[in-house]
Design a protein around this ligand. Structure first.
Ligand code: MCN
Length: 765
């Protein structure tokens, strides 16, 4: 019996390279003769383009060519394939032609010999704008006084349910009803590596493009659609990727334009955006305004919940316009609420388009229901932990279907909450809080809770979400894994090798994991929605086992034995005849005469639903409004954990990102639609200085949906932590009459909330 490496904290095999020679990113690709593409972007939020004059730019040093939207006429719109519900009249051209709809929208390119020549020449492109009114506010957009797409007949990109059909008597009989409009603010994904592309058009008429992405196959499909070519004519290669967080799925108009330039000029073309471009050009996340209404009895039983969402899709509907579907699906969270309804409207505004960002739609659902629970508890005068416990669904192991059609695979929400409360020392924290309140301390203590359940590995594929993997054993005793997932920090190289090693007995350092080349791996779902382990990892396990079946047959031939009599021992890496260990053949030898590989497709019966509970502790200075996060204690149950070190790393990153939304981050626009947070001087993101050391408690409730028992962990931290941190800050001031503070809880907002509640006492002098 060999000892299992699954469930052990194998150190990331990726890291020696990253920590020594460093990664090889798209912008590191050296292609002789490559020209540089510089995008000229709209400097105004909404205008008709009278003309774009590139003549002066063409005279500038190093300029090879300049193109405008007119040159690209005839190419399809850049709208990625979207569910039919999204208004099809709202597609984005690759370069704006008639109208620009956000600051940062690409409208021309200057192509130069050297990168920095493009920056200078770009300034010489003369754009004559006929200004149109900006539409920055979502409610303003919904009112459609200024229509951004006349052909679409309004600013509504999609509706989910009918706001006119809300149940009139939903809250009848409730002793306590609270309603509030809250904001889940717009944030920037801000990965360390910005967007980039390098493209070469080959003599064979095929395009090869290196692009940082979350799934080369999806990127190929999106690019082919934008360029109006067959996917076979494109090869996408994924170099190392410096973070993506949902925003590098598929491809953007810029990527397509770089490919187009390479083909048009017959020269390799490259582009890497600046940080400033990234903050206004890459899709943003979240951007929902939510009206929550919750009602129930004075003793804390929730009877009804309503969620009304206004989603800002930005200038062109992309995945952001679809996010409310996921928010609605997860609206009631882990609670048993007898009557619940949710509706949403996605509108277009003159701002950067909104896309997926870590959690994509689910953090918004959790934030809404968790704030609702707190408001309800406060109104009823009850402990928020007690109210949650009363309303959580009881533990279940058979799938549970919610009123919104989500099929939760397995869950034990109350245990997660109790574990988190115990780990945090909840009773002691409340005592400390009571003391500080009684003493009238300037710095007050707040405790924030959140219970969550989220969906991972969703997929619309017929027959259930799926992923493929190929495992090959080589005669020299090494193995290669090809995967349809696409890691960019998640550690698949380590874990996929662990899974194969466990089955095949091949040492980890002899296993190579490959992904991100569409010629090598034409199919794959990429990495997002925390799907990879439960589908891609399960496919590796399946391919490994299937490979042993093939090998068993070959071993039987070799040993002249019955296949059923053979035993494979991963410890020795050999097949042997049961009871006769001398009659054995090592696995690699079976690859000598004929290649030994298997491609397997794993299909899951459906998505899985990880869950957990977070407790955040914050200190808030009641004189300055400054909030400091002191502790974050979490239980994040992702089923069976295959590599605790990596799963913890994912939780850490997710918690930090979630806390950052509660504390710091926000993309801000002025009334004219100018982004005010377009550099890291203005857009704060979280560093180790703003967060405490996280306290992670363990809990594993396996799923039956895959043989690993694993659910996703990649986004859980983000989903649970945001409302817990936000609520901790509010809770610190609850005794002063503060019930809600929108995110980010900046000192200014906190101070204003205190003044509005009449609470802190002295006005600063
Ligand atoms: N894992 C495990 N046991 C489990 C679940 C996961 O050991 N029960 C391990 C997996 O083997 C994998 C890692 O944890 O090594 C994450 O697995 P999984 O939850 O399947 O998520 P994905 O690999 O599909 O990652 C996607 C997720 C998403 S959606 C975003 S957004 C995100 C995230 O991962 N973006 C990231 N984490 C990120 N981490 C980094 N460094 N950079 C990003 O851009």
């Amino acid at each position: 019996m060999t000892v299992s490496i699954l469930g052990t904290s194998v150190i990331r095999t990726e890291d020696p390279r990253f920590l020594t020679t460093g990664g090889v990113y798209t912008d590191d690709m050296q292609l002789p003769g490559a020209c540089h593409v510089h995008f000229v972007r709209s400097s105004v939020a909404h205008a008709r383009i009278r003309s774009v004059d590139v003549s002066a730019a063409l005279e500038a040093p190093g300029v090879i060519a300049a193109f405008t939207g007119a040159d690209l006429a005839g190419l399809p719109l850049a709208a990625p394939p979207m569910p039919a519900m999204i208004n099809a009249q709202m597609g984005q051209p690759l370069l704006a032609t008639d109208v620009v709809r956000y600051v940062g929208e690409p409208l021309a390119v200057v192509v130069t010999e050297h990168r920095y020549q493009g920056e200078d020449a770009g300034d010489l492109v003369d754009v004559d704008y006929d200004m149109l009114p900006p539409v920055v506010d979502m409610a303003e957009a919904e009112a459609s006084r200024t229509v951004l797409f006349p052909a679409a007949g309004g600013n509504v990109a999609a509706r989910f349910g009918d706001p006119g059909q809300l149940a009139a008597g939903l809250f009848d009989g409730c002793e306590v009803v609270v309603s509030r409009t809250i904001v889940n603010q717009r944030v920037a994904p801000a990965p360390m590596e910005t967007r980039a592309a390098v493209a070469v058009y080959g003599a064979d008429g095929r395009m090869t493009a290196w692009i940082p992405n979350q799934g080369a196959q999806g990127t190929r499909a999106a690019l082919a659609a934008m360029l109006g070519i067959d996917a076979d004519g494109l090869r996408i290669i994924t170099p190392d990727v410096g973070g993506a967080f949902g925003a590098k799925f598929g491809a953007d108009p810029e990527h397509a334009v770089v490919c187009w330039v390479a083909r048009r000029l017959g020269r390799p073309a490259r582009w890497a955006e600046t940080r400033n471009e990234n903050l206004i050009g890459m899709t943003h996340g979240r951007a929902q305004r939510q009206t929550i209404t919750i009602g129930g009895s004075r003793d804390g039983k929730v009877a009804a919940y309503r969620l009304e969402i206004l989603q800002d899709s930005g200038a062109y509907p992309k995945f952001g316009a679809f996010l409310p579907a996921l928010t609605i699906l997860m609206a009631p969270g882990p609670y048993a609420i007898p009557r619940a309804e949710a509706v949403a409207t996605s509108v277009v505004t003159t701002t950067t388009p909104v896309g997926a960002y870590r959690g994509a739609g689910r953090p918004e659902a959790t934030a809404a229901i968790e704030r609702a629970m707190d408001l309800f508890a406060a109104e009823a005068g009850l402990d928020p932990a007690e109210v949650r416990r009363q309303n959580l669904l009881p533990a279940f192991t058979e799938p549970h279907t919610t009123a919104f059609g989500a099929v939760y695979d397995s869950g034990d929400y109350a245990t997660a909450l109790d574990k988190a409360l115990v780990a945090a020392g909840y009773a002691d924290l409340r005592r400390e809080q009571a003391k500080r309140r009684a003493d009238g301390d300037v710095v007050q203590l707040g405790i924030g809770l959140s219970c969550y359940v989220e969906i991972t590995g969703p997929g619309a594929e017929e027959g259930g979400p799926r992923e493929n993997a190929t495992v090959e054993v080589h005669p020299d005793g090494s193995a290669t894994i090809l995967t349809g997932t696409s890691p960019h920090g998640q550690g698949h190289q380590t874990v996929w090798a662990m899974l194969a090693s466990q089955e095949l007995g091949i040492p980890l350092d002899k296993i190579t994991v490959k992904w991100g080349d569409t010629d090598l791996i034409p199919e794959g779902g990429g990495t997002g929605g925390s799907r990879s382990l439960q589908q891609g990892g399960a496919a590796v396990r399946q391919a490994s086992r299937d490979l042993l079946d093939v090998a068993r047959q070959r071993a039987a031939d070799e040993l002249e034995a019955n296949p059923a009599d053979l035993v494979f021992d991963p410890g020795t890496g050999s097949f042997a005849v049961a009871g006769d260990p001398d009659a054995a053949v090592p696995l690699p030898r079976l690859a000598e005469r004929e290649r030994l590989f298997v491609r397997a497709i794993f299909r899951s019966p459906g998505p899985t639903f990880p869950f957990g509970a977070h407790v955040a502790v914050a200190e808030v200075d009641t004189e300055t409004g400054k909030a400091v996060l002191r502790r974050v204690v979490t239980v994040d149950d992702a089923g069976t954990v295959i590599n605790p070190l990596l799963a913890e790393g994912q939780r850490h990153g997710g918690i930090a990102q979630g806390a950052a939304q509660a504390l710091l981050e926000e993309m801000v626009y002025d009334a004219e639609g100018n982004p005010l947070t377009a550099s890291f001087a203005d857009y704060p993101f979280v560093s180790a200085a703003e967060v405490p050391s996280f306290e992670l408690a363990g809990m594993e409730t396996p799923t039956s949906y895959n043989p690993l028992g694993a659910k996703g962990i990649g986004e859980a931290g983000t989903i649970g932590s945001t409302p817990a941190v936000q609520s901790a800050i509010i809770d610190a001031l609850a005794h002063l009459g503060v019930r809600h503070i929108d995110m980010p809880a900046s000192p200014q907002r906190v101070w204003q909330a205190l003044q509005a509640a009449g609470g802190s006492g002295d006005e600063p002098g």
